[in-house]
Design a protein around this ligand. Structure first.
Ligand code: PGA
Length: 266
């Protein structure tokens, strides 16, 4: 894992946006396949990518995007649907084709068939080049709650009480929060070629400590990312507070900045 402990969300957004820019550049003219997430964690990154698009010409023109998840039972246009969220907060403000921004259809008559076809659509697009993730205070990624199979596929999941409570801030009342979602599975997410996870604030400290230093277990689903070969984790000081080896991670980053390994010279 490449671990960045940063001063605040804005500094983190620079690191994550750099990872996006690198992925877009590597994909070249055929465009990248981006894995997008909702929630508050990625918003500073989206804001920075919008700025780079407007001011620096960063282009997403030929890219495609797949969302991680969607509530079951909310129509796509609903205020709180993730379909709507990603458009308002990101994709309507860059040059990606709207038809290329794909999410599970939470209003599908047959959500189980919708889940199965979602993994197929990602595979047909060639797989995800870069997946951005947040993390829940209970260690979930997407809606893979504790107990999720570490090799799960996109499926219909029930939300835990803690997630419903966390997400109720977006709804008028907790009873309005949908209780199910369509979510990419942990096995689906692991197929992305590069993953960047970002978290801020003390409420994420326990989950971040497990993600980086805990034993791999469905008790903390994000720990499965330890098996992935290309993961970047970007956290602020509050979210890093329970890491036992934070000084080692800071030292590794400093070393990389002061003495970059120029592989072309090895
Ligand atoms: P948040 O949610 O970014 O709004 O904190 C993250 C998550 O629950 O996955």
């Amino acid at each position: 894992m490449e671990i960045h402990i940063v001063a605040d969300a804005e500094a983190g957004a620079q690191v994550v946006a750099d990872t996006f820019a690198r992925t877009l550049q590597e994909a070249g003219p055929s465009g990248a396949v981006l894995g997008l997430a909702t929630g508050s964690s990625p918003v500073p990154t989206y804001t920075e990518l919008i700025r780079r698009h407007r001011e620096e010409g960063l282009s997403f023109a030929d890219s495609r995007a797949f969302l991680l998840d969607e509530y079951v039972g909310l129509p796509a246009g609903h205020d709180q649907s993730y379909h709507r969220f990603i458009r308002e907060n990101f994709t309507e403000q860059i040059d990606i084709d709207d038809a290329a921004v794909v999410s599970p259809n939470g209003a599908a008559a047959d959500p189980i068939a919708e889940a199965a076809s979602y993994d197929r659509r990602i595979a047909e697009a060639g797989g995800v080049d870069l997946q951005i993730l947040g993390i829940g205070s209970n260690g979930h990624i997407a809606f893979n709650e504790p107990g999720s199979s570490l090799n799960s596929r996109t499926r219909v999941v029930g939300l835990t009480r803690s997630t419903i409570t966390d997400n109720s801030r977006y709804f008028d009342s907790p009873v309005d929060v949908p209780v199910r979602a369509l979510s990419q599975g942990l096995g689906t997410i692991l197929e992305a070629r590069r993953i960047v996870l970002t978290a801020t604030g003390a409420s994420k400290a326990a989950a971040v400590a497990q993600l980086i230093e805990g034993a791999i277990s469905s008790r903390w689903p994000a720990t499965v990312l330890q098996l992935h070969p290309d993961v970047v984790v970007v956290v602020d000081e509050a979210a890093a507070a329970e890491l036992q080896l934070a000084d080692d991670y800071r030292y590794a980053r400093r070393l990389e900045i002061e003495n970059p390994l120029d592989v072309t010279q090895v």
